[in-house]
Design a protein around this ligand. Structure first.
Ligand code: MG
Length: 229
């Protein structure tokens, strides 16, 4: 039968590319972790995992879904943004004002972290991107509070039935040190999205003194997120 029918816990199959699964029908699961109570209903041998019909789309979805809840869909998002750093602008990251001699240039408040995060969430939900939703040439968004932009984005995503599993962000900025502000930034983002702080993580890297980041000319952020519904 298909994996959908076996109900076997997917995490027993560790090295499981679909290729591996189909080409090694007698392979044994590498892990022997016991199923959690929620997935303990298995009445079939796990070997069936490896002899499943090559229905790749269906099987792959099922393998992922069963680490969550039956039929849960999960989606990864990736967001990126870069703003130049200029004098006379506040440095705002994740809605937190960080004292510094320069800040992000931009049409809105320039919060490069929230912009990358918003794009990550929108990408996971296939609901567009912030450039499309909040065009930078629209005077409506001049000096806009990016927390509000993110909130608007997030409400759309929630309306589509998604919830956040986690988001992880990397800020590339030469100066200042972000670590002292990390918890405040995480808390701020968690509040905007109405999630727990442990669903949000943020870290910072310098540019090692080279390039557009290292010279302090710009700050960039990458965010990934996982949505489920
Ligand atoms: Mg931006």
């Amino acid at each position: 039968g298909t994996l959908e029918e076996t109900g076997s816990p997917p995490y027993k199959r560790r090295k499981g590319s679909s290729l591996n699964r189909c080409s090694t029908p007698t392979a044994k699961p590498a892990m022997t972790a016991k199923p959690t109570p929620t997935t303990a209903k298995s009445t079939h041998d796990t070997a069936e995992l490896f002899t499943s019909a090559p229905d790749h789309g269906k099987t792959r979805k099922s393998l992922i879904a069963k680490t969550f809840k039956e039929n849960t869909m999960i989606r990864i998002g990736l967001g990126y943004d870069l703003h130049t750093l200029v004098e006379g602008r506040p440095l705002i990251l994740g809605g937190i004002h960080i004292p510094f001699e320069k800040g992000e240039a931009g049409h809105s408040d320039g919060d490069v972290l929230l912009h990358a995060l918003a794009d990550s969430l929108l990408g996971a939900a296939c609901l567009g991107d912030i450039g499309k939703l909040f065009p930078p040439n629209d005077p409506q968004w001049k000096n806009a509070d990016s927390r509000m932009l993110l909130k608007t984005v997030w409400e759309r995503i929630l309306t589509a039935g998604w919830q956040l599993e986690n988001a992880d962000c990397v800020i590339a900025i030469q100066k200042p040190k972000i670590l002292p502000y990390r918890e405040a930034i995480r808390r701020s983002i968690a509040e905007i999205l109405s999630v727990e702080i442990d669903q949000i993580f943020v870290k910072a890297k310098t540019g090692e003194g080279v390039g557009i980041i290292g010279s302090g000319t710009a700050a960039a952020v990458w965010c990934t997120c996982l949505l489920s519904r």
